[in-house]
Write a protein that binds this ligand. Structure first.
Ligand SMILES: [Zn+2]
Length: 105
């Protein structure tokens, strides 16, 4: 195994601190069992962590993939195309914001 750099060591410490902080927060989805099948959180193979409004949602990889497939199977092609365009516009706006923030003064 290669030795890690100081930056990697600091990043790992920060990630661990964020995980510890998330575990203490009852409204954070990290570490919760899958909301569909109830399987225990698996750090190495998990699907989705997020919020619907303020409600934390945690889904295992199988259930999140199954939900995506169900949604895609039931969406008309026109809605899928519109969703892709909205997503692309949001990503472009995010990239423009990042470029603006990192622009040297
Ligand atoms: Zn599941």
């Amino acid at each position: 195994m290669e030795p890690i750099t100081e930056e990697q060591r600091i990043a790992a410490e920060e990630q661990q601190a964020a995980i510890e902080q998330a575990r203490k927060d009852p409204l954070h989805p990290y570490g919760n069992p899958c909301a569909v099948c109830g399987s225990e959180h698996d750090e190495e193979n998990w699907g989705v962590l997020g919020w619907i409004g303020i409600l934390p949602l945690s889904l295992c990889a199988d259930c999140s993939q199954g939900m995506v497939s169900m949604v895609l199977d039931h969406m008309p092609v026109e809605e899928l195309e519109e969703a892709v365009m909205i997503r692309k516009a949001a990503e472009a706006a995010e990239m423009a914001e990042i470029a603006e923030v990192s622009k040297p003064e």
